[in-house]
Design a protein around this ligand. Structure first.
Ligand SMILES: NC(=O)c1ccc[n+]([C@@H]2O[C@H](COP(=O)([O-])OP(=O)(O)OC[C@H]3O[C@@H](n4cnc5c(N)ncnc54)[C@H](OP(=O)(O)O)[C@@H]3O)[C@@H](O)[C@H]2O)c1
Length: 302
């Protein structure tokens, strides 16, 4: 081997420790991030939500599914509730149910259709946030297409109402509640996103819905950084699919109800089996009960 060839080989070998070092740093970063997530999600004790954030919580889209599960869970955790949803009868029924869970609870209801003009309702929410010690906001209300559709097939009224409910509703309710949280120096805002926007590489045939949920995710990330030094924790939880719905729709059994808080009175089904495997408390800790994780993990823990 000629001397120049040998020198070239030595020169190239000299890069190996540098490249390995960089690889090690990236690997360590992932290991630390994963360890912090496991600690926050499964090992740290849950927070006392009342003393950390405040004694009232607002849940939008609360009479069914995830929102209802949040309402029940928050009631069990001793928070008074402001229930916001479209149907007054269902709101009243849920209110009675919550009072049965916890007789000391205070519950207010607000019937509001997020697909229409929500100005008056938002003003009411703003007033309640000023008057009451509202510490937790769950932006859960969200709608999608009744069936999968090509973008050009989605009627104007349908996509507009999806944008109004998912984007405008989330922004306006958050803006109504945040100033009071800011003044008090504490609060938590949890918005429900979707795996369709961030876990899957794309979400064809639900493009508008996926785009609105990507908006909610990005909004939450940015607000998290804006407000984390003001005592306000902000996160987006991305549900992949609710197994109860997935089964109803005969969709994949592999669907995972990833990041919402169980506790609803749904009929036993696969969702129930998952709940049995992963306790409520664990999932709750992965949500707003957890502490300290940087945004960007699978659950964007607080
Ligand atoms: N289900 C899933 O598999 C899945 C997957 C990913 C993300 N998500 C997200 O998770 C969140 C909850 O979904 P979900 O499936 O649990 O919902 P759901 O079971 O369909 O319940 C919807 C709730 O929202 C209320 N609501 C619907 N339209 C409304 C409107 N225009 N104005 C006010 N309230 C309205 C309903 O209230 P009334 O019936 O009283 O009108 C009901 O309480 C949504 O943001 C959704 O995008 C769900």
């Amino acid at each position: 081997m000629s001397v120049s060839c040998k020198n070239e080989l030595l020169h190239q070998l000299s890069w190996i420790p540098l490249i390995s070092g960089l690889g090690l740093i990236v690997l360590l970063r992932h290991i630390i991030s994963f360890t912090r997530w496991v600690t926050a999600a499964f090992l740290s004790p849950p927070k006392d939500l009342r003393s950390r954030y405040g004694s009232w919580a607002i849940v939008t889209g609360c009479t069914d599914g995830t929102g209802r599960a949040f309402a029940l869970k928050l009631a069990q955790r001793g928070l008074n509730l402001i229930l916001v949803s479209r149907n007054r009868d269902k709101l009243e029924r849920l209110s009675e149910e919550l009072l049965a869970v916890n007789g000391h609870l205070q519950v207010r209801i607000l019937a509001l259709d997020f697909s229409g003009d929500i100005s008056d309702g938002v003003r009411e929410i703003e007033e309640m946030a000023k008057e009451l010690d509202v510490g937790v906001l769950i932006n859960n209300v969200g709608v999608t297409y009744p069936v999968a559709r090509f973008f050009h097939e989605v009627e104007d009224e349908l996509w507009r109402s999806i944008v109004r409910v998912n984007v405008e509703g989330t922004v306006r309710v958050t803006r109504a509640v945040l100033p009071a949280m800011f003044r008090r120096g504490r609060g938590a805002v949890v918005s429900i996103g979707s795996g369709g926007a961030v876990v899957a590489p794309s979400h064809p045939l639900s493009a508008i819905y996926a785009a609105t949920k990507a908006f909610v995710d990005q909004l939450s990330r940015s607000l998290h950084v804006e407000y984390r030094h003001h005592g306000i924790d902000i996160q987006c939880q991305k549900a992949v699919s609710k197994i109860s719905h997935a089964v109803d729709l005969n969709l994949s059994l592999a669907a995972v109800y990833m990041s919402t808080v169980p506790g609803s009175n749904e009929e036993p089904n696969l969702y129930g089996i998952v709940r049995a495997l992963v306790s409520d408390a664990d999932i709750w800790r992965a949500g707003i009960g957890a502490g300290g994780l940087p945004i960007g993990g699978p659950w964007n823990n607080l």
